[in-house]
Design a binder for this molecule. Structure first.
Ligand SMILES: Cc1cc2nc3c(=O)[nH]c(=O)nc-3n(C[C@H](O)[C@H](O)[C@H](O)COP(=O)(O)OP(=O)(O)OC[C@H]3O[C@@H](n4cnc5c(N)ncnc54)[C@H](O)[C@@H]3O)c2cc1C
Length: 186
């Protein structure tokens, strides 16, 4: 991978990051997710409180299905670590082992890993000082940088992170398009 450009780069492919990617991709927004596959869900043998799975589902299966769903609509999902994220000339530049990518917007959905947030100058707060502050749309204090999921201090539930990722995506789509947006199938 070398010098790929996207509209949105998402750091983290848990339910927050993948849900965000799904909605963005369905709106034809070019999006890449980078994920080191360290979600706690991957250690959960049977998740019984994620809506839509009455018999429960393993964390691995849920995340693998979610990835496939986002990819089906055009999201690029890489099993790679984002080492650094920097703001340069109005864009975000991220470095991975494979190379450099840039984007207009960055979504931090990295849960316990706060290094990218602090590297961009975002202060941490909340209980244990490990959360990033966002507004109602998921915007952080850094222009065009959003955060979603558990890293924003929401309750630690997978379905809540999924909804929060979708919410940030809708806000981003509305900002990019400059108009009201919903994703309703018929
Ligand atoms: C033991 C345990 C059991 C749990 N059981 C349940 C349960 O039964 N039901 C439930 O709803 N919740 C459960 N949870 C909570 C649930 O795991 C979290 O609330 C949920 O995973 C948060 O989703 P997220 O997308 O915000 O973050 P995560 O799922 O943690 O995803 C963040 C992802 O970002 C990746 N990442 C971080 N930094 C980078 C980087 N720089 N570059 C690339 N990738 C990066 C990580 O590898 C990870 O895959 C449990 C948690 C634990 C610890």
């Amino acid at each position: 991978m070398s010098e790929q450009r996207y509209a949105v780069i998402i750091a983290g492919g848990g339910t927050a990051g993948l849900s965000c990617a799904l909605f963005l991709a369905r709106a034809d927004v070019t999006v890449a997710v980078f994920d080191t596959e360290r979600s706690s869900l991957r250690r959960v043998s049977r998740l019984n409180n994620y809506l839509g799975f009455p018999e429960g589902i393993s964390g691995n299966d849920l995340l693998d299905l979610s990835r496939r769903q986002a990819e089906r609509f055009g999201a690029h999902v890489y099993a790679s670590n984002i080492e650094t994220a920097q703001r340069r000339d109005g864009r975000f530049v991220v470095t991975t082992a494979e190379g450099i990518c840039s984007s207009d917007y960055l979504v931090i959905a990295s849960n316990k890993r706060t290094d990218l947030a602090t590297g961009l100058g975002l202060p941490l707060g909340g209980f244990g000082s490990k959360f990033v502050s966002v507004d109602a749309e998921g915007k952080t204090a850094v222009e065009n940088c959003y955060a979603a999921g558990r890293i924003t201090g929401l309750p630690s539930q997978a379905v809540i992170s999924a909804g929060d990722g979708a919410k940030a995506a809708i806000a981003l789509i509305q900002k990019i398009r400059g108009e009201y947006y919903v994703d309703h199938d018929t």
